[in-house]
Design a protein around this ligand. Structure first.
Ligand code: SF4
Ligand code: SF4
Length: 340
């Protein structure tokens, strides 16, 4: 069983973290059940966020009474010290605890620093002095902000998208974190649903000793898969290696990761799904993408204003309106009978 230490935080856990974003989509009871099952299976690192609606509430109920035996990371998207303190108090209350192991700035468009005028980093530092948080972290989807955070020396952990479709630049971030003694928490290790073989995803990340993946888990079947890898880690060879190679060839370059940072769209296009429809049609059960509701959503692409608001926010530099057009053309052809 592989262990990982998150840099200078000293937090050491099995190389399987629980991403508690998807549990907001299930009932309180089911969410608590899944979280406890994860704990019973050996998972000790749980990542949530103030922004994930009732996720913190589920984590809080699941671990009341055993708080000290696990690690909880959460996030704030506060834009001012007032919002920061409000978020922190809410998180502590919902998580039923008096400390958070890693408190992270949630994907800020810049790297908060002391003296930058926002007062955010100072609030973080004060919360740490008060013992309400143990470590200061940051999450980001933007390469430049992530690198700035690493180089600043102000953060103990970085949470960043990382999977076997990573580019050389992503790998540089992992390396820079290691050199800086920072923990690297890998989000989107299944690339927002485009990677469908969890064993391959796990085996790839297992190669990086300082990287802790947090798997977004919503179903018991998914959880059981990841728990089984703790007992018998899948090896990066043979079929899994070939599958990764195939996926890298097929998916490298300009594909939409489904992160949704380009939204909202003024005409209501659900960009995070529509801009990767061709991939979803071919890599997941296609029937769900072809329902009348899904067709309605795709049809909205016809109303695109080409305002480029989406493209200007895409952290991957995608030409989003063009991608939408291409996906729509392909979708219409599939509806007309083009084989998948
Ligand atoms: S370019 Fe089109 S898809 Fe993008 S935000 Fe504007 S209207 Fe929406
Ligand atoms: S177009 Fe870019 S920002 Fe929008 S969902 Fe896709 S990857 Fe994310």
């Amino acid at each position: 069983m592989s262990k990982v230490t998150l840099g200078k935080t000293g937090i050491t856990v099995d190389k399987n973290g629980f991403g508690a974003l998807p549990v907001q989509r299930v009932s309180q009871e089911e969410g608590v059940r899944l979280l406890r099952m994860a704990y019973d299976g050996g998972i000790r690192f749980f990542d949530t966020a103030r922004a994930y609606t009732d996720s913190e509430q589920k984590v809080g109920e699941a671990f009341e009474g055993i708080r000290e035996t696990l690690f909880i990371a959460t996030k704030t998207a506060a834009k001012s010290p007032e919002e920061f303190w409000k978020d922190l108090e809410t998180s502590l209350k919902l998580l039923r605890t008096d400390y958070i192991d890693i408190y992270q700035f949630h994907n800020p468009p810049f790297c908060p620093r002391p003296g930058d005028g926002t007062g955010l980093y100072e609030a973080m530092q004060e919360a740490k002095n008060q013992g309400k948080i143990r470590h200061i972290g940051i999450t980001n989807h933007r390469l430049n902000v992530a690198m700035e955070a690493v180089e600043s020396g102000l953060y103990e952990t970085l949470q960043f998208p990382f999977c076997y479709l990573a580019t050389d630049k992503d790998l540089q971030v992992v390396k820079a974190c290691e050199e800086a003694g920072m923990g690297f928490i890998a989000m989107k290790a299944l690339s927002g649903g485009l990677i469908t073989n969890s064993a391959a995803a796990y085996a790839y990340l297992d190669q990086f000793p300082g990287v802790l993946p947090i798997w977004g888990i919503q179903k018991e079947t998914e959880l059981r898969e990841f728990l089984s890898y703790m007992k018998e880690p899948p090896a990066l060879r043979g079929e899994l290696k070939e599958l990764i190679e195939r996926d890298r060839n097929e998916l490298s370059g300009n594909f939409c990761r489904g992160c949704g940072y380009c939204m909202p769209c003024p005409v209501g296009i659900e960009i995070n799904n529509c801009a990767r429809m061709s991939l979803l049609l071919r890599r997941s059960p296609s029937a769900a993408q072809l329902t009348p509701e899904a067709q309605e959503k795709m049809k909205k692409i016809e109303n695109c204003l080409h305002c480029n608001a989406c493209a200007s926010k895409c952290p991957y530099g995608l030409d989003t309106p063009r991608l939408l057009e291409e996906n729509y053309k392909d979708y219409m052809e599939v509806l007309a009978g083009k084989p998948l």
